[in-house]
Ligand binder design. Structure first.
Ligand SMILES: Nc1ncnc2c1ncn2[C@@H]1O[C@H](COP(=O)(O)OP(=O)(O)O)[C@@H](O)[C@H]1O
Ligand SMILES: [Mg+2]
Length: 373
């Protein structure tokens, strides 16, 4: 149990000790909190004394009487706000003064305890403040986590963008220094590798555009009734040229029409990514099967291939950004490692799910399940 520290500021010793006594045995627990909170009270008789105590050891919660000899409660509250101290304050007002309440709220007070109060009223106020404190800590944790993820994303992205530039620079220097001789024919291999790196970069930028689009754009206004089967047929024809190069057969099974409410662009992104993976990471003369069907009020897209497959460990990291499985077979295949992270993000936005089954060397099956039929 975590003990939150409370500083009780009141010029009446009886009230101070009464509050301390009530709260020292009080605990707060809400179903959404992992642990209970208990309380430890310190006491101050004046605003000046309280300020000194706050500066030497900052409490989590301040129970502050407004009517004090010398500096009053509001003045202390203003100092706390000026100094940007992270303390949850509840004002104790000796009479129900609306102006003081308004002023204190403006200065950041979280709650009011009008005098005289019962132990139950005091506890209710402490419960409220503890809940707010818990939520504030949680929000702060989420912000930090978000910052960390953004930072990691940008640092990997910079690396991914820099690597092809470095390669291009190296190839250009070889040509500039005529390392392979005077004839341009000698550089055919190098030129085609330059083109590959540029193509890789173009793919990365295009995936990145999808990636930022799904994160930033509100999709509600783009939702319409779409025939998923029609989008699937289109995705197949888009990927066909790539499949022909490896002599891969793509077949379609499933229903004639599956209508759902979605942004057609999102469906295209999902289908194109799953199909292009199924072709890219497939063997020569392999097969790809796309099935679209309706299951209750959900649409299912299932893409099965006869490709390289992957191990359990590889499967576990698959949906993270920039993750690519690196081995001898995937060596010459370009990609950004963003595709599946985009697909799973989209599935999540739609309240759906993505599943994968795979065996090394025998093939994989990806299933995206989307509500909205
Ligand atoms: N159908 C599949 N069969 C085997 N491996 C796959 C398949 N789909 C994806 N992968 C592996 O997962 C990695 C991540 O896929 P993805 O996020 O689409 O990125 P990219 O295709 O740009 O590399 C790929 O690099 C590949 O190694
Ligand atoms: Mg991909």
């Amino acid at each position: 149990m975590e003990k939150l520290s409370i500083l009780v500021v009141d010029d009446e010793p009886g009230i101070r000790s009464g509050i301390s006594r009530i709260l020292s045995n009080h605990t707060v627990s809400f179903p959404f909190m992992d642990e209970d909170y208990g309380f430890e009270c310190r006491e101050a008789a004046t605003g000046e004394e309280a300020l000194e105590m706050i500066m030497s050891e900052q409490p989590h919660i301040l129970l502050l009487d407004n009517k004090l000899p010398g500096m009053n409660g509001i003045e202390l509250l203003e100092i706390i706000q000026e100094r940007n101290l992270d303390i949850m304050v509840a004002m104790i007002t000796s009479y129900a003064s609306l102006e003081i309440a308004a002023k204190a709220t403006d200065d950041g007070a979280r709650d009011f305890i009008p005098k005289p109060f019962t132990p139950a009223e005091l506890k209710a106020s402490i419960d409220l403040i503890t809940k707010q404190l818990f939520l504030r800590r949680m929000a702060r944790g989420m912000k930090e986590e978000g910052k960390k993820i953004r930072y990691q994303f940008l640092s990997v992205l910079s690396h991914e963008l820099k690597a092809p530039l470095n390669a291009l620079e190296g190839f250009l220097r070889m040509m500039q220094e005529r390392e392979l001789g005077e004839s341009l024919d000698e550089y055919a291999e190098i030129l085609s590798r330059c083109q590959q790196r540029i193509e890789g970069m173009r793919l990365l930028i295009m995936d990145l555009m999808d990636f930022t689009r799904i994160r930033l754009e509100k999709r509600e206004d783009k939702i319409e009734k779409v025939d998923l089967v029609e989008r699937a047929q289109m995705a197949i024809s888009t990927i066909q040229p790539l499949a022909i190069q490896k002599n891969i057969q793509i077949s379609f099974t499933g229903e004639e029409r599956v209508f759902m409410n979605a942004d057609p662009n999102d469906l295209d992104i999902m289908l194109n990514n799953l199909l292009s993976n199924a072709v890219k990471y497939n063997r020569e003369n392999g097969r790809v099967e796309l099935e679209i069907k309706k299951m209750d009020d959900k649409a299912v897209m299932r893409v099965r291939d006869t490709g390289f497959g992957m191990s359990e460990e590889e499967k576990a990291t698959l949906f993270r950004e920039f993750v690519r499985i690196r081995n001898n077979r995937t060596k010459g295949i370009t990609g950004s490692g963003l595709g599946l992270s985009i697909v799973s993000k989209l599935a999540e936005i739609y309240g759906g799910d993505i599943q994968v089954e795979s065996k090394p060397d025998s093939g994989s099956e990806f299933r995206v399940i989307l509500p909205g039929c």
